[in-house]
Design a protein around this ligand. Structure first.
Ligand code: PLP
Length: 465
């Protein structure tokens, strides 16, 4: 009764909302709104997807430049993934992970363990990237509790990092806009500098910059004390911070310092795993490091199902098991941990990656980077950088000083708007545009993408004149 009354009051007070935009403006809370538009915002409608393309609300076909949010790795409308999702839902749509288990999650854990580096052979499944990072951190806390090191809990993160939107994972975020108006577990986190070679001090070589960053970590460990630091968490390539590829040798040096000081190295591969850098995991295959834990999400199901997880070192699991506290409970779990439908989709997704898509992604990546690099001929572009099938176009007001601050704050949005008109979705990040297309993209499609970006940036330059 109450619900019906409420509905009729709403309808009596306001005309019925007809379009999706109107409905969204009234009822849909979107992620990352500014206060002034909270609960009153409609965003560009996407109706369909097919391969590397999506279709917007006006029927315009667009290249999905950011692959959704770094995730639609095998592309849209993949019949095999859709089929397996249907079949698994018809066979078993859910089981409780508290005291039962299902076949797809065990099979997927084994497949992931086979791809993971070193002795990373146990997998805990979550519902996405934030919950994966949160789970890794809670493992670190529990691990130190049962080892009798309750003070060893601080986490080292970095400026420019993005690790999620749950309380603990968000506390690690290093982009100012993510933290300015939000609270976090500040006492638990210490931040290092962003390892962005483009923003290194003027006149300094990349090698000297790397050494400076490594020394900063050493000094931080010494200042805080290794007995108080539980983990270092880092994206091998910082994604949302602007595709920051760290200097050569930086990650192995950080890894060594962690090992020397009994600090867990947690590689956040939510973006880089499952093909974006041409491998299932990038830590070892691309950067030569063996972390203690790797978090993943996104590409594990190519975005078809919300799934993530943590791969954990067998030695760590063994140490927890052998602690003096055999009854201590790791009181952490999610209703949808090890979801059978998500895990079945991920198994099929892995089949697709292993049977050609990884190879294709690795082979086409140099062309992707090389073609995007040509955009540096445009005066607004300060740098195009990237690795594998992820890249960032960073705009500057002045190439000499690399100053982005004097730029129109909306420059990324302007480029996005022009590109949208021309048939390409880009992900704007203030004065940057990030590109990470589905891994199935072809050379011709890369040419189309770069031609549109070129025109979109040129039109933006005209706007700013
Ligand atoms: N970690 C990284 C590196 C990410 O890029 C993201 C999301 O973009 C997350 C964690 C959070 O993942 P999710 O949005 O699935 O919670």
């Amino acid at each position: 009764m109450a619900a019906i009354r409420k509905q009729s009051m709403v309808q009596a007070g306001r005309p019925r909302a007809n379009t999706t935009e109107e409905i969204a403006r009234r009822h849909l809370l979107q992620p990352w709104p500014v206060a002034g538009s909270i609960g009153a915002e409609a965003r560009g409608l996407i109706g369909e997807g097919d391969g590397i393309y999506v279709v917007d609300g006006e029927g315009r076909r667009l290249i999905d430049g950011p692959a959704g949010m770094w995730c639609t790795n095998v592309g849209h409308r993949n019949q095999e993934l859709a089929g397996v999702m249907y079949e698994q839902a018809m066979a078993l749509s859910y089981n409780t992970p508290w005291y039962t288990m299902n076949e797809p999650s065990a099979a997927l854990a084994a497949r992931i363990a086979a791809h993971a580096p070193g002795d990373l052979d146990h997998v805990f499944f979550t519902t996405g990237g934030s919950s994966a990072v949160e789970t890794a951190l809670r493992f670190m806390q529990f691990y130190n509790n049962v080892r009798g090191r309750p003070d060893k809990k601080m986490v080292v993160s970095r400026g420019g990092a993005y690790h999620g939107s749950t309380y603990l994972s968000a506390s690690l975020n290093g982009r100012p806009r993510d933290r300015d108006w939000m609270d976090g577990a500040d006492g638990l986190v210490v931040k290092l500098s962003c390892p962005d070679p483009f923003r290194r001090p003027a006149g300094m070589s990349v090698e000297a910059f790397r050494d400076l960053l490594v020394q900063e970590f050493r000094d931080t460990v010494e200042r805080i004390g290794p007995d108080r630091i539980g983990a270092f968490v880092g994206e091998p390539v910082m994604a949302s911070g602007g595709v920051i590829v760290p200097p050569e040798g930086y990650l192995p040096a950080i890894r060594d310092i962690c090992r020397e000081n009994d600090i867990l190295f947690i590689a956040d591969e939510v973006v880089t795993a499952f093909g974006r850098l041409g491998h299932v995991f990038a830590s070892k295959d691309v950067f030569g490091i063996e972390p203690d834990m790797i978090t993943f999400a996104k590409g594990v199901t190519s975005g078809y199902f919300p799934l993530g997880g943590v791969v954990i070192s067998g030695a760590l699991v063994e140490e927890m098991r052998r602690s003096n506290h055999a009854d201590a409970m790791f009181a952490h779990g999610l209703t949808y941990s090890s979801h059978p439908v998500g895990c079945a989709v991920a198994l099929k997704n892995l089949d697709l990656l292993e049977n050609g898509i990884l190879e294709h992604a690795g082979a086409i990546a140099p062309y992707f980077q090389q073609r995007l690099k040509t955009l540096e001929e445009l005066p607004l572009v300060g740098e195009v950088r990237g690795l594998g099938l992820m890249a960032c176009v960073e705009c500057v007001a002045d190439r000499e000083s690399r100053n982005p601050l004097a730029l129109d704050n909306e420059v990324g949005k302007r480029i996005d708007a022009h590109c949208h008109e021309l048939g390409l979705l880009v992900r704007p990040l203030i004065h940057m545009c990030v590109m990470s297309p589905p891994l199935i993209i072809t050379r011709d499609q890369i040419d189309d993408m770069v031609a549109i970006l070129h025109e979109g940036i040129s039109r933006t330059m005209d706007d700013l004149r």
